[in-house]
Design a protein around this ligand. Structure first.
Ligand code: 5GP
Ligand code: MN
Length: 316
């Protein structure tokens, strides 16, 4: 598969590299890691994402070049870290597969194989790890810039190499990335120890809202709460992981009310409790221990519906 992906990439000259809505470290890290790699072999690369780069990833080289582009004159689209065509918002539409060669590089078990060439690797802990594996096939030597981008995705998708998805292999890859010049401690500080005070205020409100029943812990993040703290939706990135530390919880679920009345659902679970299946059934996707979806509001009904689905999924 790697060879097929590399072949499609090497044949192209103008390449749109896209990742998903509400980008995380693996989305931004894989866009930029691949962008710098392809530029080293003379490709013209357009890094794209439907949403703005969160401030905590602005330190990554090239982050200022990422914009909400969609394909026009390019001869290849590469989608990263997204399991279905809707994940890329206005940057991509499923119909584009008719007119463009589309390469999907993704590590989600829920991937729908929406592209022309689908490299789906659920055993990889991050899409950035897949890019690392692709480099020799592209004839690209690792350098400190690429390594910094790729280590960021590996770090954020494993929450600092602490998740159950963490493999011996990613630790070896991380060692190589650090050897190549990726500053592990600096990246860790940038992505994990970098919350605005008003974000933590919102975390306080979210944690105060939590509720617990039958092994499920859930909390809400409403438009009104964010308005009161003067922050946007990205301010709660990470709080679901705090909820998931509750000793009593098998799974933690954060419900984020958007201003268009849709509800974003973010789920974390302990090994033995799979949330990817239920997220997929609800129109989303993810990994066994970290998954998400977007459902219709209003909030109270969404909470009831999703909790019932999660319970049914765990019981079944
Ligand atoms: P998070 O809760 O951190 O936003 O997402 C956890 C995991 O689920 C990530 O791997 C993310 O890509 C995936 N995910 C979150 N929301 C959605 C969604 O609406 N659709 C799909 N397909 N995956 C999602
Ligand atoms: Mn990822």
């Amino acid at each position: 598969m790697k060879a097929q992906v590399a072949e499609a990439i090497l044949r192209a000259q103008n390449i749109l590299v896209i990742s998903h809505k509400d980008p995380d470290g693996d989305a931004i890290g894989s866009i930029l890691g691949l962008t710098w790699a392809l530029r080293k072999i003379g490709k013209r690369v357009y890094p794209a994402c439907p949403d703005a780069v969160p401030e905590i990833y602005a330190f990554l080289p090239g982050s200022n070049e990422i914009s909400p582009l969609s394909a026009t004159t390019q001869d290849l689209i590469v989608t990263l870290d997204g399991s279905d065509a809707t994940r890329f918002g206005d940057c991509f539409a499923a119909e584009l597969v008719a007119d463009f060669t589309v390469v999907s590089i993704d590590h989600h078990v829920t991937n729908t194989r929406f592209a022309t060439v689908n490299w789906v690797g659920p055993t990889y802990v991050a899409t950035c790890e897949m890019i690392f594996d692709l480099l020799p096939f592209l004839g690209v030597a690792l350098d400190s810039r690429i390594a910094t981008c790729l280590l960021t995705g590996a770090l954020t998708d494993t929450r600092g190499f602490r998740t159950s998805s963490t493999t011996p292999r990613i630790l070896k890859v991380a060692a190589e990335l650090v050897e190549a010049g990726a500053p592990l401690a600096e990246i860790t500080d940038q992505v994990f120890n970098n919350h605005a005070l008003k974000s933590l205020q919102l975390w306080g409100k979210v944690i105060e809202s939590m509720d617990f029943s039958g092994g499920l812990l859930w909390a809400t993040n409403t438009v009104a709460m964010r308005r009161a703290c003067g922050v946007d939706r990205t301010a709660t990135n990470g709080v679901v992981n705090v909820l998931a530390t509750a000793r009593e919880a098998n799974a933690a679920i954060l419900f984020t009310e958007r201003d268009d009345d849709k509800i974003e659902v973010s789920m974390r679970s302990r090994p033995g409790y799979n949330v990817a299946d239920v997220a997929f059934r609800l129109g989303g996707g993810g990994h066994p221990q970290a998954a998400g979806c977007t459902v219709d509001g209003p909030l109270r009904q969404a909470v009831g519906r999703v909790l019932a689905e999660v319970r049914a999924s765990f019981d079944g």
